[in-house]
Design a protein around this ligand. Structure first.
Ligand code: HEC
Ligand code: HEC
Ligand code: HEC
Ligand code: HEC
Ligand code: HEC
Length: 379
């Protein structure tokens, strides 16, 4: 009885809050996941939270027309903006939940289009899609069973929402592809493409980017682990993801080679702003010999010159490492015995040259070299 009253009070407050922000209701029962989400790229994808997105938007020709057509991917939860009832403004949704819990958990299917894909959201209320291998195919409503003449009540499912475990898009990662697949500009030129190739890999977007970590998934259901929701590569995630990048070295008579094995099922850093690099230093007799840095980039532009994404109509160079590819880089410095070779594989969120142009080169992490994988080889 006590429990039911508590639940009713909780639900009443939850429904009240829901009028304001979608996530506040989820937060009451999923506090750990909510906390992770707060640090994720998905809670900061608006121009008010992401200085890089803002810098690009500020220069975008659509801004003059007040046509924030980035919304369908960057701020789908600002429903008034999406429906045209309101203009872009720094409201609570833009600031805290531009891509809310529901923006991911209510994707019923993904429509494929040449320009960019489209999320089709379910119109069922309090209806959540999720992934659980043991419950695959099932649809679960809340059930409460009483034991010992009602003294003990055990509930299964969620008292707030139904859960549909039958949507395959939540197992194979397709639910991410409404936003993450590709994007063309007004000239039908593909500005950005993850070029997903599943190959032999058993991993999916979800298993790599949302691995199981410690902590319960809901207050009412004590689980040992839950799927990590702090999705975003620039904070904690490099440590988690680095295991999918393997570095190895082979010595030759006149030099050596470094192999980078990309186990991700997509191109690494295909975004035009990113700059991915391999850096090698030989430590010899307590001296550092710094070798040439190798860059892996996709430069887009026009008439053979780099240009902003809305101007570009062609690829100038593309040396990005593709899905499941092993890239071998040759060096012609001979290795001596006693050498220690330090290899760093990492990236800039924004290519330092572009960062300067966009004015995001100070005060943000945009201009820092982030190490994804580091390895030392001794001879
Ligand atoms: C009153 C508490 C409550 C509220 C509010 C609530 N949930 Fe839940 N939710 C639960 C419980 C309990 C479970 C675990 C059900 C089970 O596994 O038996 C659950 C399960 C889930 C699952 C699936 C877990 C799995 O097994 O894969 C997802 C996804 C989810 N909730 C998302 C949300 C979202 C999004 C919101 C906000 C719109 C929300 N929940 C609001 C209690 C709640
Ligand atoms: C089809 C969905 C989609 C649309 C439409 C879209 N974006 Fe994005 N954008 C994404 C995704 C997904 C990412 C993250 C991808 C990644 O990091 O590889 C992203 C990332 C970015 C980034 C990099 C952010 C960072 O912090 O590094 C910028 C800048 C950006 N978008 C600008 C824009 C602008 C400006 C518009 C509108 C004119 C726009 N995008 C429209 C999906 C979209
Ligand atoms: C509603 C659109 C949408 C959906 C659905 C979505 N994302 Fe995102 N995602 C974005 C946008 C937009 C960004 C870029 C935010 C920014 O930095 O401005 C992003 C950022 C990311 C990043 C960080 C990239 C970076 O450069 O920091 C990762 C990793 C990511 N998403 C993975 C996923 C995965 C995995 C899924 C599916 C479980 C998913 N996303 C579903 C829109 C979406
Ligand atoms: C980027 C898309 C995305 C966002 C945003 C998102 N989720 Fe999830 N969530 C997923 C996916 C995909 C899964 C399935 C992961 C799995 O079980 O392997 C999942 C799983 C869950 C689960 C079950 C965890 C488990 O271990 O089974 C809960 C509960 C949940 N989400 C709640 C939330 C809440 C609450 C929010 C908002 C604070 C939220 N999600 C935001 C994509 C998202
Ligand atoms: C085998 C593991 C693996 C799988 C599967 C995988 N990724 Fe990744 N992903 C990575 C690694 C490794 C990186 C690069 C590490 C980093 O950026 O810190 C990455 C980077 C990213 C980025 C950032 C790219 C950028 O330019 O900033 C996004 C966005 C992303 N993945 C989305 C996805 C989506 C969507 C899927 C499903 C189609 C997916 N990933 C599948 C391992 C994986």
């Amino acid at each position: 009885m006590k429990n039911s009253i508590l639940l009713l009070v909780l639900l009443a407050t939850a429904t009240n809050l829901q009028a304001k922000l979608e996530n506040s209701v989820c937060k009451t029962c999923h506090p750990i996941i909510y906390q992770e989400y707060e640090g994720s790229a998905h809670s900061r994808s608006s121009i008010y939270r992401d200085p890089v997105h803002k810098a690009v938007w500020d220069r975008h020709p659509a801004k003059a027309k007040n046509n924030y057509n980035c919304a369908k991917c960057h701020t789908p939860s600002d429903h008034k903006l999406i429906s045209g009832e309101a203009n872009l403004s720094s409201n609570e949704i833009q600031l805290t939940e531009p891509i809310s819990c529901l923006a991911c958990h209510q994707v019923e299917s993904v429509e494929k289009h040449a320009k960019s894909n489209k999320n089709v959201y379910t119109d069922k209320k309090k209806y959540i899609y999720s992934n659980d291998k043991e419950k695959r195919g099932k649809k679960v409503s809340f059930k409460e069973k009483s034991y010992l003449f009602g003294l003990i009540k055990i509930g299964t499912g969620s008292p707030y929402h139904q859960i549909d475990y039958s949507n395959e898009n939540y197992y194979n990662g397709n639910s991410c592809m409404g936003c993450h697949s590709h994007k063309q500009n007004g000239k039908s030129f593909t500005v950005c493409d993850l070029e997903v190739k599943q190959g032999e890999s058993k991993e999916s977007c979800i298993s790599c980017h949302m691995p199981k970590v410690k902590g319960t998934l809901a207050n009412q259901k004590q689980s040992v682990t839950h799927a990590y929701h702090g999705v975003g590569i620039h904070s904690v995630t490099p440590r988690i993801l680095s295991e999918y990048i393997k570095l190895s070295m082979e010595k030759h008579s006149d030099g050596f080679s470094i192999a980078i094995k990309n186990e991700a099922t997509h191109t690494l850093f295909p975004q035009p702003l990113r700059l991915n690099q391999l850096r090698v230093v030989i430590q010899r007799d307590s001296k550092d010999i710094v070798l040439d840095t190798h860059s892996f980039v996709r430069v887009i532009g026009k008439n053979g010159k780099p240009a902003m994404p809305w101007v570009a109509d062609s690829i100038i160079t593309d040396t990005t490492i593709k899905a499941l590819e092993t890239r071998v880089v040759q060096y012609n410095t001979a290795i001596e015995s006693g050498d220690m070779v330090r290899v760093e594989f990492g990236y800039y969120m924004v290519n330092p040259k572009a960062a300067k142009k966009l004015g995001v080169d100070s005060g943000s992490d945009a201009d820092k070299f982030i190490i994804l994988k580091e390895k030392r080889f001794e001879f």
